[in-house]
Design a protein around this ligand. Structure first.
Ligand SMILES: Cc1cc2nc3c(=O)[nH]c(=O)nc-3n(C[C@H](O)[C@H](O)[C@H](O)COP(=O)(O)OP(=O)(O)OC[C@H]3O[C@@H](n4cnc5c(N)ncnc54)[C@H](O)[C@@H]3O)c2cc1C
Length: 415
């Protein structure tokens, strides 16, 4: 009898722990072929003169993929690395290795879902199934107290009902043994030189290390990890987002680690803040799932004094380079450019400045963040930008975005 082989297509789920797709593939097959694609679209220039991914983001991703490969090697296998578009290679791999099924984690934003739809169409012609998993959220879609189409657009309602009526499932254990398909060539991690300093390292182990470090001091974590000075002095930042974005950490892993820490240290505002962040993350993903491309279709601000396009380009460049003349905005943009990370408070401030002071389209800011942020995640980025710009699906509420507060923090008169 022919053995059943499953191709496991890793995307933003670069981990062994709490990976339902991987565990199910192992259970339902005789052997698996784990594959990661270095998609050229990830490294390209965009049509608005930004890079799809800047240095820091590329480095973080490469380290995360390399770490996954090492983890799979420790289990006696490997990770097949391919430079190219998944839709150009998966059908070929299916034929070459006689793959019976392909598994992947479904994404929610258009660019990413277009890729899996193209793969699905091609596989359909080969009569091979592309199985979708939804493993990026804290709450599983099927455990929510409402179907996707009825998820409240208002965040506080989503939060209240979800926390009351849904449960966070336990983490799925990492596999202890895997049977791998044999491949002759496993491919190389692209050579990459980056001058990144103060950028965290990618990879599951690094993410878990950071999480443990963060929680081991319990109530003291605020003092330890929050920024000093400026708008950051009152804001807590766990800096977990880069690992969450590429899936080196699962949100459930973070959630249950916090719950364990609460047993040792008691509940505190920082733990609550972390869990709240995970809910915001879920909210944006589910909003994208519910509304897809229409999520921010009505987000356009009509300023009376429209700024000339040429002036805007210059202003936009100054904003990107941290040379606006506003000390706080410049400090945060410089930090973003150097490290690929700024806190939520800092993101709100620079975004407010771009949209309400410079009166530049929020999409230019979102595209720049896509290049720079090492935690770039489509739903979280575009969703938060849309909220700043007064769109999104949560009707304007101070809970979602408080313009007055932001303007006050910028210490500016804005008309
Ligand atoms: C304009 C703008 C763009 C943003 N772009 C991104 C992005 O591309 N990727 C991204 O992960 N976050 C984005 N955020 C949300 C948020 O700023 C970051 O998740 C957070 O700053 C990451 O730092 P942290 O890990 O210390 O977060 P913490 O405050 O410690 O929160 C814990 C986790 O919860 C999640 N989270 C917290 N707040 C939010 C939020 N408002 N929306 C979505 N998830 C949240 C993150 O995964 C985060 O790691 C953006 C916010 C703004 C205002």
């Amino acid at each position: 009898m022919k053995s059943k082989k499953i191709l496991v297509w890793f995307r933003n789920d670069l981990r062994l722990h709490d990976n339902e797709m991987l565990v199910e593939a192992i259970a339902k097959s005789d052997s698996i072929l784990p594959v990661y694609f270095f998609d050229p679209r990830f490294f390209e220039h965009t049509d608005v003169q930004t890079l799809a991914s800047g240095n820091n983001r590329v480095q973080f991703l490469l380290e995360s993929v390399a770490a996954l490969r090492v983890s799979l090697q420790k289990l006696g296998g490997n990770l097949l690395l391919i430079r190219g578009r998944p839709e150009d290679h998966i059908p070929e791999l299916v034929n070459q290795y006689e793959i019976a099924e392909v598994y992947h984690h479904r994404e929610v934003a258009t660019k990413e879902t277009n890729v899996s739809s193209a793969v699905e169409d091609l596989l359909w012609k080969l009569k091979v199934n592309l199985k979708h998993f939804i493993g990026h959220t804290l709450y599983n879609k099927e455990d929510l107290p409402f179907p996707i189409k009825d998820i409240p657009d208002v965040f506080v309602q989503f939060k209240k009902k979800t926390e009351r009526d849904a449960i966070v499932k336990d983490c799925i254990s990492s596999p202890e043994s895997i049977s791998f398909v044999e491949a002759e060539e496993w491919g190389e991690i692209p050579e990459y030189s980056s001058s990144a300093v103060n950028v965290p390292h990618g990879g599951e182990e690094e993410g878990i290390k950071h999480l443990k470090e963060l929680l081991k001091s319990g109530a003291e974590i605020y003092a330890k990890v929050s920024g000093k000075g400026g708008a950051d002095k009152n804001s807590y930042s766990s800096k977990l987002s880069p690992w969450l974005a590429v899936g080196c950490l699962s949100p459930r892993k973070v959630y249950w680690a916090v719950k364990t820490a609460e047993k040792d240290f008691g509940s505190n505002a920082n733990f609550n803040h972390l869990i709240l962040g995970l809910l915001w993350r879920d909210y944006f993903r589910f909003m994208f799932k519910k509304h897809s491309g229409n999520f921010f279709s009505d987000t356009e601000i009509d300023f009376d004094a429209a700024v000339r396009v040429e002036d805007q380009e210059e202003q936009l460049q100054l904003w990107k380079d941290g040379l606006t003349g506003h000390h706080m905005v410049d400090k945060y943009m410089t930090e973003l450019n150097a490290t690929g990370f700024i806190s939520h408070t800092a993101r709100l401030l620079v975004a407010t400045f771009l949209v309400y002071v410079l009166k530049i389209s929020w999409t230019s800011g979102a595209t720049y963040f896509e290049e720079k942020l090492i935690d770039y995640s489509p739903a979280s980025n575009w969703g938060n930008w849309a909220n700043v710009a007064g769109g999104g699906k949560d009707p304007r509420s101070k809970n979602t975005f408080d313009l007055d507060k932001q303007i006050k923090m910028l210490d500016l008169e804005v008309h």
